[in-house]
Design a protein around this ligand. Structure first.
Ligand SMILES: Cc1ncc(COP(=O)(O)O)c(C=O)c1O
Length: 432
């Protein structure tokens, strides 16, 4: 890889243009300049190949964000491209459905334990919101309890600190419980007898379920007559082909799939029990013009065909486990265990910083990220590994992380990031 051109001239010019006309200068908060040390990081990318991407100034990076999860095979994969191009030649959207919808639905039913019927939408927020609506229709109840991030729609975002614009009446309908804390869920049921329509959760958070958490969630949910929804927008196609429900052998009533399904194509789905899914035919309105858009469907079919190979998930897990082991060694050797922690399962794992002396976790993460970028690594803390990443890519990351953690140590010693942090600080939207 060439030495990084750190003036980011073109990125800065584009950012200036974007800031005045595009809120956050990106379509997803987590892709905005606020998530990548502004001024000392690229703000715009040009293209990708495999596990690598190139920014608009011609700098190459090994990308461990993978577009926030969708890229499971690798950027710009020839096999997926070929499938898309052949559909492109026939047309993208039609007046009637195409056979591709049936083929992909059959495939999802084959790989997802809970799937008896399937409906396609376009992004994760569509898929979680549709599942919640189905649960409300099925139970004839209004309250929902959630655990995780579930997208930008009112029913969920109203329960967060970013709830401006969501009516109070809607905010009150969503309760939140804590991962691996079954008592927090029990309390919700106790306080809202016969009122909870759905329990929706990201089934794998942090280091995964403890003490049969998922089994217990399922039991309590069903005992109270509610619908269990797994939000598998991240865990689907990443932990295993059939997501967390396959990996942990706990089958929900409904699941929302998205991100990793189409190697970057815009596609998501609600899958689940026939009895509930059938309500879409009976007045539970879930319908979108682009649900059957062919390039996304065929991209998903091509992606799943690649991920289905036995070696695929083995590779992803192997890389992630190597990364975890090596990073932990660095943390131990540098005596940084009270500052930074390795979290997550191998395919979706990373580091989480803690406040230290005058420095916030965001200060420390910014130093870490900036140093990685200088070494040609893109990361927002939690990494995604894809099929195209290699052992060499992981080794390059480890070497860069060695230096990055050294810089973190330097900042802690100085009790300041002055002179160390060259760009803006990492500023996530969710601060709690
Ligand atoms: C677990 C989970 N659910 C839902 C969503 C929303 O997906 P989208 O951004 O595609 O609407 C996300 C997005 O990050 C997610 O991580």
């Amino acid at each position: 890889m060439k030495a990084l051109n750190t003036n980011f001239r073109k990125s800065k010019l584009l950012l200036k243009r974007a800031k005045s006309i595009i809120p956050s200068a990106a379509q997803t908060y987590s892709k905005s300049y606020k998530y990548f040390c502004e001024g000392a990081a690229p703000a715009f990318l040009d293209y990708g190949k495999g596990g690598h991407v190139w920014d608009v100034d011609g700098n190459e990076y090994i990308d461990f964000v993978c577009a926030l999860g969708p890229v499971t095979v690798g950027y710009n994969d020839e096999r997926v491209n070929k499938a898309i191009i052949s559909e492109l030649r026939k047309g993208l959207s039609f007046t009637l459905p195409t056979e591709l919808e049936i083929k992909l639905a059959e495939k999802l039913i084959q790989i997802n334990p809970c799937a008896e019927m399937v409906k396609f939408v376009k992004n994760g927020s569509d898929a979680t919101s549709a599942a919640v609506r189905l649960a409300r229709a099925y139970t004839n109840r209004e309250l929902v309890a959630c655990c995780g991030y579930h997208g930008f729609q009112d029913w969920y975002i109203g329960s967060t600190e970013n709830n401006f614009g969501v009516p109070q009446a809607v905010q009150k309908l969503t309760k939140t419980f804590h991962y691996n804390d079954i008592k927090s869920l029990k309390k919700i049921f106790e306080n809202n007898k016969n009122k909870i329509a759905a329990i929706i959760l990201e089934p794998c958070q942090n280091n995964g379920p403890e003490n049969n958490f998922l089994e217990n969630v399922k039991e309590i949910t069903h005992k109270n007559g509610a619908v269990l929804i797994f939000d598998e927008v991240i865990s689907g196609f990443r932990l295993a082909l059939g997501g967390a429900q396959e990996y942990y052998k706990v089958t929900p009533d409904l699941a929302s799939l998205g991100k990793g399904m189409g190697n970057g194509a815009s596609i998501s789905a609600i899958v689940g029990r026939r009895e509930i899914m059938k309500l879409i035919d009976k007045g539970t309105f879930i319908s979108t013009t682009f649900g059957g858009e062919t390039s996304a469907l065929v991209a998903a079919l091509a992606t799943i065909k690649i991920l289905e190979k036995k070696s695929s998930f083995k590779h992803i897990w192997k890389l992630g486990n190597k990364w975890k082991k090596e990073i932990q060694k660095l943390i131990d050797n540098k005596n940084l265990n009270n500052v930074v922690e390795v979290v997550g399962l191998a395919p979706h794992c990373g580091v989480v910083f803690k406040d230290k002396r005058n420095l916030s976790k965001l200060d420390l993460f910014s130093v870490y990220q900036q140093t990685l970028i200088e070494r040609g690594i893109l990361s927002i803390g939690i990494n995604n590994f894809c099929l195209s990443h290699t052992q060499k890519d992981v080794n390059t990351f480890i070497k860069a992380a060695d230096l990055a953690l050294e810089k973190v140590k330097e900042a802690i010693k100085a009790n300041s990031v002055k002179g160390i942090l060259k760009g803006g600080k990492f500023r996530p939207v969710f601060r709690r």
